[in-house]
Design a protein around this ligand. Structure first.
Ligand code: SF4
Ligand SMILES: [Zn+2]
Length: 276
């Protein structure tokens, strides 16, 4: 068995994923989510795909093409969330409106990916819950996780990484669909090689809106760091987090949209509400 497949299988085993569970894979058209769907399918799991069409011009068109191709290849059902139809505007328009209002009110900038990430997460949870799935599978890999931990360290908020792992903890919130990350221990470079070796339908070009994000700065910083050391970032953060891990703050729902939220109003409603 391929080394990557072996690691993937071990992670699935540690998650304790049962073949009866319905898993919706968040498909972006990129290599990571494509490999997740391909391997879950290969291992005989019950999967469906969900793609959020962000309407970021040509980039989104190409991503959608690859997702459709993959679903045909795996004979997998595809659910499409069209942002323009569902939310009234595509990501670029919505994001610009939020950024303009945010700047007017707070005189500070809010980065593209920070807005897009919050909105995508909100859509994903709501849409997958509507599909009555047991899990959302995402394509987060070892590099993503090491970046997130360092971002939180630099922001002085390592505790924000407490819930991160191969499966989301603190799932007492009934509206929150547990997320699994089967590529958690696999390096980005190995995923790319694997997707190419297996000739998977992948859009390899990056998102044109991914400019000036904090994550990109951290990614560049980690670029030359060997995989072993990235694994160490994760291992050591787990040790430290054991000391800072906070108890669950209980179930909370957004007073505006009713979705799971850390505060009275969820992050998505705070952002969208700014331009209402
Ligand atoms: S790179 Fe940033 S803007 Fe582009 S899809 Fe991802 S989160 Fe959104
Ligand atoms: Zn809300």
């Amino acid at each position: 068995m391929d080394k990557l497949e072996k690691k993937f299988k071990e992670t699935i085993k540690r998650i304790g994923l049962n073949k009866e569970k319905k898993i919706v894979v968040a498909l972006s058209g990129g290599k990571d989510s494509t490999v997740v769907a391909y391997l879950l399918h290969k291992l005989g799991h019950k999967i469906e795909g969900l793609h959020i069409d962000l309407k970021i011009g040509k980039y989104s068109e190409e991503c959608l093409k690859k997702v459709v191709e993959l679903c045909k290849l795996l004979d997998m059902r595809l659910h499409l969330y069209d942002m323009k139809k569902e939310m009234g505007s595509g990501m670029c328009y919505l994001r610009t409106a939020i950024q303009t209002e945010h700047y007017k009110q707070k005189k500070s900038q809010i980065k593209n990916c920070a807005i897009c990430g919050v909105i995508k997460k909100w859509i994903l949870n709501k849409a997958v819950r509507g599909l009555k799935a047991d899990y959302i599978a995402t394509g987060h890999n070892l590099d993503d996780e090491a970046q997130t931990i360092l971002m939180n360290v630099f922001k002085g908020s390592l505790e924000l990484s407490a819930s991160s792992g191969i499966v989301t903890k603190n799932i007492s919130n009934k509206k929150f669909i547990p997320r699994i990350k089967p590529l958690f221990y696999i390096a980005e470079e190995d995923i790319k090689k694997y997707s190419k070796k297996n000739k998977l339908p992948v859009h390899y070009e990056g998102c044109p809106c991914a400019i000036d994000s904090y994550r990109i700065q951290i990614r560049n910083f980690l670029e030359k760091v060997p995989t072993k050391q990235k694994e160490n970032i994760i291992k050591n953060s787990k040790k430290l987090l054991k000391r800072v891990e906070k108890k669950s703050e209980g179930v909370k729902y957004c007073e505006n949209c009713g979705e799971p939220s850390r505060g009275k109003i969820c992050k998505k409603c705070q952002l969208v509400g700014i331009c209402a």
